[in-house]
Design a protein around this ligand. Structure first.
Ligand code: F0G
Length: 463
């Protein structure tokens, strides 16, 4: 085989591999049995039966030697661990909020802030929902209202900031229900369910302005905010000369608090936090965390976990790292686009999202095309991906009906610093194979449906 001469110079990962974890290959027959036992749900597969694991980028990151060295400096005191103070000072340095409440992961922070701020009957506008975030908002008695721009629901729109808030939708809601019924605006940086799409600095500023006018708080989901900051640097006018670290801090400065899943941007395997500017809310959160997570200087984490997060912050802002991170996702996505496999455009920050609605256009949404596609890719190659469509969207708590999201996607999510370009090639080839044989694929029926966040544990049978 001849390789064409390059038209540009390549870049490579700014690290080399020191420890390796062997991967296991399996037979097709083995995988057919495994996915059947898992009820055609990739969440229920044993990791041992998976070859390349693109289920999620959450907690699946490879830590650096610097982070591992920090683990040995874990101060496992019940109270006042020095690692807490390191995390607090790095949070202030990179995110800029005043107060820190550590939590075991992102949803721990979402739980606390939702319980403190939301009253039954309230409305929480957000730039598209995230599963756990909305669940906690609804548990607190709130109703989530989607105020993302329409382009976010269109997989083919190439809008550079599909995570943007539609200011008219937001203003319309404020007019309709009144500012008093809106405890905060929930803004995510790189919107996961839209395909890893960023929000622009200009839009964030405008949201802040409107919120201030009506006396409403803005709370950021900062889970993948550094990846958002990198997109701003690449795409937004006037931002090319700014540092990504500076962009992140500016983005946060337009918000009042943040929930954080450290398992993404912070390059660790577990951890999260709530960051707050308002002293009163902080007091309440610090009190609540002792009931649900642990003392306010560990929040359900070991000292070593807090140290790894603190060090992860120092590494995430490095621009050669971000280039390789986002570049790897783009490499996989570009390959699939070149081969005419329908994916969400533009290519996202943490994942390539396959457009299952178009790939399996002969399967109606209530036969779970994305769930089906994820199972088929697993059977083909042992690559594990995730459904992000009607199953993830769940049921409307008021009507009990399925929600029918416009986006019916399979997420091919890339862990940070874990896989190589060759793994991307193998994955792209498997997706292509399934795509080429798509006509023979049939849908699924749901045979077990858990009450909360059903996508994690639901089971399906072939039709
Ligand atoms: N917010 C966003 C945008 C997320 O993507 C996640 C987790 C959370 C909050 C909750 O954080 O898992 O630490 O409790 N996303 C994972 C994923 C589960 O696969 O996308 P957590």
């Amino acid at each position: 085989m001849a390789y064409p001469k390059p038209t540009r110079r390549s870049w490579a990962e700014p690290f080399k591999i020191k420890v390796v974890e062997p991967l296991k290959t399996t037979s097709r027959q083995h995988r057919v049995k495994a996915i059947e036992e898992a009820g055609h749900n990739t969440f229920l597969l044993r990791s041992e039966d998976v070859y390349i694991d693109f289920l999620t980028d959450s907690g699946t990151n490879a830590m650096s030697d610097y982070q591992w060295a920090g683990m040995m400096l874990g101060d496992e005191a019940y109270a006042g661990s020095k690692n807490f103070y390191h995390l607090e000072s790095n949070m202030r340095k990179y995110y800029g909020y005043k107060y820190l409440v550590p939590t075991h992961q992102g949803r721990g922070a979402e739980h606390i802030i939702s319980q403190i701020l939301i009253k039954p009957g309230d409305f929480i506008p957000g730039n598209m929902y995230f599963t756990t975030t909305r669940e906690h908002q609804e548990r607190a008695g709130g109703t989530f209202v989607d105020i993302i721009i329409d382009e976010a629901h269109d997989p083919d729109s190439t809008h550079p900031f599909k995570g943007n808030v539609d200011l008219q939708k937001l203003e319309g809601l404020i007019k309709k229900v009144g500012a008093k019924k809106i405890p905060y605006i929930s803004v995510a940086a790189t919107v996961n369910m839209a395909g890893g799409q960023p929000i622009s600095m200009e839009n964030m500023k405008a949201v802040r302005k409107l919120a201030t006018k009506h006396g409403i708080r803005v709370i950021l989901d900062a889970t993948r905010a550094i990846e958002n900051a990198y997109f701003i640097k690449l795409r937004e006018k006037g931002c090319q000369k700014k540092s990504v670290a500076g962009i992140l801090k500016e983005l946060c400065s337009y918000t009042d608090a943040a929930t954080m899943s450290g398992k993404k941007d912070l390059l660790v395997n577990i951890g999260g936090f709530l960051a707050i500017n308002d002293e009163k809310i902080f007091d309440e959160a610090r009190n609540m965390v002792v009931v649900f997570e642990g003392l306010h200087t560990y929040g359900g984490l070991a000292g070593r976990d807090m140290e790894a997060m603190a060090r992860g912050m120092e590494e995430m802002v490095k621009e050669d790292y971000l280039r390789a991170r986002i570049g790897q996702v783009e490499y996989l996505g570009q390959k699939l686009m070149d081969w005419e496999v329908p994916i969400v455009k533009p290519i996202g920050g943490h994942a390539v999202f396959l457009d299952a609605r178009r790939i399996l256009e002969h399967i109606p949404q209530d036969k779970f095309p994305a769930q089906t596609l994820a199972a088929e890719i697993y059977i083909d190659s042992g690559v594990r991906t995730m459904e992000r469509g009607i199953v993830s969207a769940g049921r409307d708590p008021k009507t009990g009906e399925h929600r029918h999201p416009k986006l019916e996607l399979v997420r091919v999510t890339i862990p940070r610093r874990v896989y190589t370009q060759a793994h991307m090639d193998v994955t792209a080839e498997s997706v292509l194979e399934v795509h080429e044989n798509r006509k023979r694929i049939k849908g699924l029926k749901m045979v077990y449906e858990p009450k909360y966040l059903r996508f994690f544990q639901a089971r399906f049978d072939r039709i």
